[in-house]
Design a protein around this ligand. Structure first.
Ligand code: ADP
Length: 896
């Protein structure tokens, strides 16, 4: 140490001026007891450095002299923890014995003339507040020159920035990210636990060990599903825990408590309890751990339990606790997702199984249908071709059979194609084709149908530069399906087919000016069995397979299909097929050269639309305008027959029903529900026979409308449906139908049901009429009775009036009699007479009641005898029927 300078006293005091708390501490210290000696003896370099250090707001520590005596400023103080204040003036080795092996060489290098030290992240196990802590620092150790020394270096300045929080925080974020990302791969709950445990084992700084338990189905046992840092099969990692058992001290972890309380449990003092708890990356074992219940998707249902060790080098502060909470929720999410995935997979497998079964069924059943249909169609065509069946009613009937058998065959074929594609059993057989010519040829198949319907067909298919590889039969189905749809939904204007090259593809467009498709239906158009609700086409018939089949056929070609439509204005379907051969595997190249001809199957596509047209013409011929929906045909019966209204949109079915019923009834047939309703209101029939699936107004709506109108409310309705099953008929009957018939039905069954319904209706009608008659008669009788009563009442009143006047006469007479006799009779006798007269008067004023008549007569007699002082007397009444006077009361006379 150099000699004190003479002028140094003031400058020595100056160097310790200010500097906050540390400045004050330094000033208060006796530096002569430290290795760097009294302040007065400090070299100018040291003083300058101390001044600089105290004035700086960055954490700075100066190691001075060969023993690295320490001087530091206020910002550095927290780094030292409870090593302060002893650290001030203390040799570094004494202050940091636990890390001296690491930092000693780092200080020595610059002190001994080496380069300055710089470390981004210096990790230290560092004693602070009585315990070893994990701490991270960014440090720069720089030599401090001192010209007064032979080595030229007086000490080392440490510029220190503690980054523990940042490093630990980043590490935890990375751990959580890893946990989330990796456990998303889990397909089962067990796998989720294994992956979580593996991920946590990489995070031993924060999670020295972990145990993951999953609850069993019985919810009484937890099974070990993953461990990190502890091997399985240790006393600390029991494979199965009975969470239902009494909480026992034997259990290494409070799993049962966590399960029951659904709350985190902290286990302290692990070192004493568990010999096998691993230390993690540090030299001593964790002191504590936590046990978490892992929540499930169901409230209060624990999915499992999680044990996490707490690092012996970190405080279990709020950040640490939050980290563990996040680990727990990541594990919970991984388990829940895996379980959801498992369930989804099981459901998908079950659905796929049903789908496979359905496809196999479609496929088998379609095959089964084709044989009998072919056997029916062959002979039918022969019969139609033979002279015997060329004309007349039988020929017409046969044509209906033929047409419908063909339709059935087309449906079966479509179903078969569909199920084959679904099962992945369809393979295109590609052939290089002049696609323009082939498409034009296919479009021309529809020309007559389209033009007969008063529409224009525009075909614009210029020859393409190169042949296009397609499966001709599939292409035929694609074009014809789209054309058939366009025809079905277009009533005026044009259908335009065009094919041209668009980039690397051939693009077919089928555009119509028809009804268009509602915007909300467009995204579902190519779904299997999807049909636009309430769509108004030439027919209501359809299966919703057509476009889905077209889409799948196009997919097989590596192409695409899209639909554009403006509701009310028209639709356009655009098919794009790649040019070239890139989408064709050599083994899928067709063996036979392509034939540019339309197949027999194509005829079925056109036959159907022609049939819709024929039906419309038939209606036209009946010449009744919009009402010409009606095929009104007169009966062949003499006595007024029952009248039946038939509603069915299928022309053949309508004709069949008409023919069947018109033998016995007067039949009117219409092609939709609305027409049926109008016809029924205009002229209510005796019975309505209606199909359920009809355009404009379906069978159920028709039924509702009929029941709502008082005019048509009582008309019996029989619904016809192709939907089989008890539910459908229950639905029909619940809707208020009188009966429900499922297609196909036999002629006998139909006639029997119609007959029975008409008979029931007739009986009902008759009983209503009888009831009406009886009610009228009863009402007449009641009126007569009332009239008689009034008469009687009038007569009685007259009688009473008469009686009253007679009584007045008697009173007068009595008074006269008394006056005339008062000289001859005693007062007593007079009193008796007066009494008798009064009684007579009273009696005469009483209303006569038949039950009172006899006693009254007796009294009259008694009163009269008393009045006359007679010995005997009698009362006689005139009997009008015997026309004689009869004695009704007597006194003093003999009985005979
Ligand atoms: P469907 O056998 O019912 O015709 P599709 O799969 O061929 O089945 O068609 C599905 C639905 O798409 C049809 O029910 C119809 O409503 C609608 N649709 C298809 N093509 C057209 C079109 N060109 N114009 C209007 N609607 C159409």
């Amino acid at each position: 140490m150099s000699q004190p300078e003479s002028a140094g006293t003031s400058s020595a005091a100056d160097c310790l001026a200010g500097g906050g708390e540390m400045g004050a501490l330094m000033r208060s210290m006796d530096w002569s007891k430290t290795p760097i000696g009294a302040v007065e003896c400090w070299s100018p370099a040291l003083r300058m450095m101390v001044r600089l250090l105290l004035a700086n707001r960055f954490p700075l520590l100066l190691w001075w002299g060969p023993r690295y005596c320490q001087l530091y400023n206020d910002p550095y103080r927290p780094v030292l923890g409870d090593k302060h204040p002893a650290a001030m003036g203390q040799p570094a080795k004494e202050c940091f014995p636990e890390i001296w092996a690491i930092i000693g060489p780092l200080i020595d290098t610059p002190f001994c003339g080496g380069s300055a030290t710089w470390m981004d992240d210096l990790q230290l196990e560092y004693i602070r507040y009585d315990r070893l802590e994990e701490a991270h620092f960014t440090v720069a150790y720089s030599p401090v020159p001192d010209d007064t020394l032979p080595s030229g270096i007086g000490g080392v300045l440490a510029t220190v920035h503690e980054i523990t929080e940042q490093i630990v925080g980043e590490r935890r974020v990375a751990a959580l990210r890893d946990l989330g990302a990796r456990s998303a791969e889990a397909k089962t709950a067990e796998e989720a636990c294994t992956i979580a445990a593996e991920t946590l084992s990489q995070q031993s700084n924060d999670v020295p060990f972990a145990l993951l338990y999953l609850m069993d189905g019985d919810r009484k046992h937890a099974r070990l599903a993953g461990t990190a840092g502890i091997a399985k099969g240790q006393p600390e990692s029991q494979p199965e825990i009975d969470v239902d058992a009494e909480i026992s001290r034997e259990q290494p972890w409070p799993l049962a408590e966590a399960f029951r309380t659904e709350e985190m449990q902290i286990v302290e003092d692990l070192q004493g309890k568990l010999a096998n708890v691993p230390p993690g990356p540090w030299s001593d074992r964790p002191r504590s751990a936590v046990v978490f219940p892992i929540p499930s998707n169901i409230a209060h249902q624990v999915a499992g339990l999680l044990v996490l060790g707490i690092s012996s080098r970190l405080r279990f502060d709020d950040h640490y606790r939050d980290f563990f909470e996040l680990v727990r929720s990541q594990v919970a999410t991984a388990i829940a997702n895996a379980r959801a995935y498992e369930e989804e997979r099981k459901r998908a497998e079950a659905l796929a199984e049903v789908d496979r079964a359905k496809t196999a069924f479609f496929s088998n059943v379609s095959h089964e249908f084709r044989t009998p249909l072919t056997l029916m169609l062959g002979p039918l065509e022969d019969m139609l071709a033979s002279a015997d069946f060329s004309f007349g009613r039988r020929a017409e009937e046969l044509k209906v059979v033929h047409r419908n058998a063909q339709r059935l065959l087309k449906l079966v074929n479509t179903l078969l194609d569909f199920s084959r594609i679904e099962a992945g059993r369809t393979q295109a057989s590609y052939q290089p084709m002049d696609l323009a010519a082939f498409t034009a040829e296919l479009a021309s198949v529809f020309r007559s149908a389209i033009e007969s319907a008063g529409l224009r067909l525009s075909v614009d298919c210029p020859t393409l530069d190169e042949p296009v590889y397609v499966d001709p039969q599939m292409w035929e189905k694609i074009v014809l399906n789209l054309l058939s749809n366009a025809f079905k939904f277009t009533f005026q204007g044009e259908i335009a087919v065009s094919l041209r090259q668009a980039g690397e593809s051939a693009e077919l467009s089928v555009r119509d000016t028809g009804t268009g498709i509602p915007e909300n239906a467009l995204p579902h158009l190519f779904d299997s069995f999807y049909r636009v609700e309430g769509a108004q086409g030439r027919t209501f018939e359809g299966s919703g397979i057509g476009l889905s089949l077209v889409k799948q056929l196009i997919d097989l070609h590596g192409g695409s299909l899209r639909a554009e439509s403006v509701y009310g204005s028209g639709s356009c379907f655009i098919v794009s097929i790649p040019l070239g051969r890139a989408h064709v595997l050599p083994e899928h190249l067709g063996k036979t050269p392509a034939q540019l001809s339309v197949t027999r199957a194509a005829r079925a596509y056109v036959e159907e639309p022609l049939q819709w047209l024929r039906a419309a013409e038939e209606r036209e011929r009946s010449g009744e305008g919009e009402k010409d929906e009606l095929v009104s045909l007169s009966p062949t019966l003499r006595v007024s027959p029952s009248r039946i209204l038939v509603a069915d949109d299928n022309a053949d079915m309508r004709l069949y029903l008409y023919r069947l019923l018109s033998k016995s009834y007067e039949v009117r047939a219409v092609s939709n529900g609305q027409a049926a309703l109008e016809a029924a209101r205009e002229d209510p029939p005796d019975l309505v026979l209606a199909d359920i699936m009809m355009p404009r107004l379906d069978g159920f709506d028709l039924l509702r409308a009929l029941r709502a109108d008082p005019l048509t409310r009582t008309i019996p309705v029989i619904l016809l449906s192709a939907r089989t099953g008890e539910e459908s008929s229950v639905e029909g009957l619940q809707a208020g139908a009188d009966d429900y018939l499922i297609k196909p039905f036999s002629a006998g069954e139909l006639l029997a049901r119609v007959g029975a319904r008409l008979e029931i209706a007739r009986l009902k009608r008759e009983s209503i009429e009888l009831e009406h008659f009886l009610r009228t008669a009863a009402e007449d009788a009641k009126a007569e009775l009332a009239r008689k009563n009034t008469e009687l009442r009038a007569e009685r009143n007259a009688l009473q009036r008469e009686l009253a006047s007679r009584t007045d006469d008697i009173s007068q007479l009595t008074r006269e009699l008394i006056d005339s006799r008062k000289d001859f009779i005693s007062t007593n006798e007079l009193a008796t007479e007066l009494n008798a007269v009064t009684r007579l008067h009273e009696l005469s004023t009483k209303l006569l009641n038949p039950t009172e008549l006899q006693p009254l007569l007796e009294e009259v007699l008694n009163a009269t005898i008393a009045l006359q002082t007679a010995d005997f007397g009698c009362v006689q009444l005139y009997n009008p029927s015997s026309r004689a006077l009869e004695i009704v009361a007597h006194r003093g006379l003999r009985e005979d």
